[in-house]
Design a protein around this ligand. Structure first.
Ligand SMILES: [Zn+2]
Ligand SMILES: [Zn+2]
Length: 338
C-alpha cells in the first residue's frame, strides 16, 4: 500500500517526461510504470542499478566464498563475529560486560543489568529510553536484570556451514528474475545470533514466505522485546536446514534481495548471496564530523516514509521490516528516474 502511495505522490509531483516542448501536450507524456505493477523480469532489470558493487559488498562485510569456508571481510564492527574454538572471551551485547565461557563452552549464570538501547525520538529531537525514565546519556547500571549475559560471537567452524544460494537451473529458472524483500528475526543462543524467523515479501506487498525457525544451539534469550519471537512461535518452527530449502524454492543466486544491513541476515542464514540492494547503504547519512553513518530502519521509515515501524510492544516483525525496505527502494527509484 505504501509503495502505491509513493507512486501516486510521484505522479502528482510531475514525474512524467514529456518529449514535447509544450506542457499542454499530454499525449506524448511518458509516465514510468509503478514498480508494484511491473512484470518481475522488468522490475529485476529496472532496479539492478541499485545493487551493491563487489567493493561495497566487501566494505560492508558481506560473506564471500573462500577456498574451504565462508570468508567475512573485516569491518570495524564485525571483528569478533566468529571466534576460534579456544577463544572463550565474550562481550555481552546488552550490558557490554566482558566475560568468559567455561572451558567446555557452557556459560555460568552472571547477573546482566542493562537498559534497552536508546532510540531517537523525532518529536523530541533527542534520544530517549524505551525501558525507563533514566537519562539517555547514562551508560552504567540498568532497570532490567537477567541471569545470563548474551553475546553475538559464533564459533569459527560455523563458517563451514555457509553455502552460496543455488545457481540458476537454466535460462528459464523462475527464481532468477525476481526481487524480494528479506528480513530475519534473530535470537541469542550459545552460538551467538541465530535466525528464528525469516520473511520474504514482494513488491506487490505479498508475503511469499514467513516461517519460524528452530535455532541449532541452546537458546540464551529470545530477546522477545526486539525479535517478537516467543516460545509458542518456536513450537511451530521448522529446522534451519528446512528453512534454507524453503528459501531456495523462491531464490537463487540471480534473485535480487532487498534488505537493511542484509549482511546480518545472510550471516544468520549462513548464506552467500551477492545480488543485493541494501537500504542501510543507499540511505547513509553524514554526521557532524563528516563521517558516513548508517541509520536504523526505524529512523529511515520516519524520515523518508513518515511512518512509525517497530512500535508493537510484542517486538519487531520481519514482514513489516522487509516491506519497509521495499517501500524505501520504491521511493529512491521514483526520485532517481524523474
Ligand atoms: Zn550482560
Ligand atoms: Zn531502563
Amino acid at each position: 500500500m505504501g509503495i502505491e502511495f509513493l507512486q501516486m505522490k510521484k505522479k502528482r509531483n510531475g514525474a512524467s517526461i514529456s518529449s514535447s516542448s509544450s506542457d499542454e501536450d499530454v499525449s506524448l507524456c511518458f509516465t514510468p510504470e509503478p514498480l508494484h505493477k511491473m512484470a518481475p523480469a522488468r522490475l529485476h532489470g529496472e532496479l539492478s542499478y541499485l545493487k551493491l558493487t563487489p567493493n561495497a559488498l566487501q566494505y560492508n562485510g558481506f560473506p564471500f566464498l573462500g577456498p574451504n569456508s565462508a570468508v567475512i571481510p573485516q569491518t570495524k564492527n564485525n571483528m569478533r563475529d566468529f571466534v576460534a574454538s579456544d577463544d572463550l572471551l565474550r562481550k555481552c551485547s546488552r550490558c557490554s560486560k566482558d566475560f568468559y565461557l567455561n572451558q567446555d563452552g557452557t556459560m555460568a549464570p552472571q547477573k546482566c543489568v542493562y537498559h534497552h538501547r536508546k532510540k531517537f525520538d523525532h518529536a523530541k529531537r533527542s534520544f530517549v529510553r524505551t525501558c525507563c525514565s533514566a537519562h539517555p546519556s547514562t551508560s552504567s547500571g540498568g532497570c532490567m536484570v537477567e541471569d545470563y549475559h548474551v553475546f553475538n560471537s559464533a564459533w569459527e567452524d560455523t563458517l563451514w556451514s555457509f553455502m552460496p544460494t543455488p545457481s540458476a537451473k537454466n535460462a528459464n529458472d523462475y527464481r532468477s528474475k525476481k526481487v524480494y524483500g528479506l528480513d530475519c528475526e534473530l535470537v541469542h543462543t550459545m552460538n551467538g545470533l541465530e535466525v528464528a524467523r525469516v520473511s520474504l515479501v514482494d513488491m506487490k506487498g505479498r508475503v511469499i514466505l514467513d516461517t519460524f525457525v528452530l535455532p541449532q544451539y541452546e537458546i540464551v534469550s529470545l530477546n522477545t522485546a526486539f525479535s517478537g519471537i516467543t516460545e509458542k512461535d518456536l513450537s511451530a518452527a521448522i529446522t534451519f536446514e528446512a528453512c534454507r530449502l524453503q528459501l531456495f524454492q523462491f531464490i537463487n543466486s540471480e534473485t535480487l534481495l532487498v534488505g537493511h544491513s542484509l549482511e546480518s541476515d545472510l550471516k544468520a542464514l549462513r548464506l552467500i548471496h551477492h545480488n543485493v540492494i541494501d537500504t542501510s547503504v543507499l540511505f547513509m547519512s553524514v554526521d557532524q564530523r563528516g563521517e558516513f553513518k548508517k541509520l536504523s530502519l526505524q529512523n529511515l521509515a520516519v524520515i523518508y516514509l513518515q511512518k512509525e515501524i517497530q512500535t508493537q510492544k510484542t517486538g519487531h516483525s520481519s514482514v513489516e521490516d522487509s516491506m519497509t525496505c521495499l517501500e524505501l527502494i520504491a521511493l529512491r527509484h521514483s526520485t532517481t528516474v524523474k
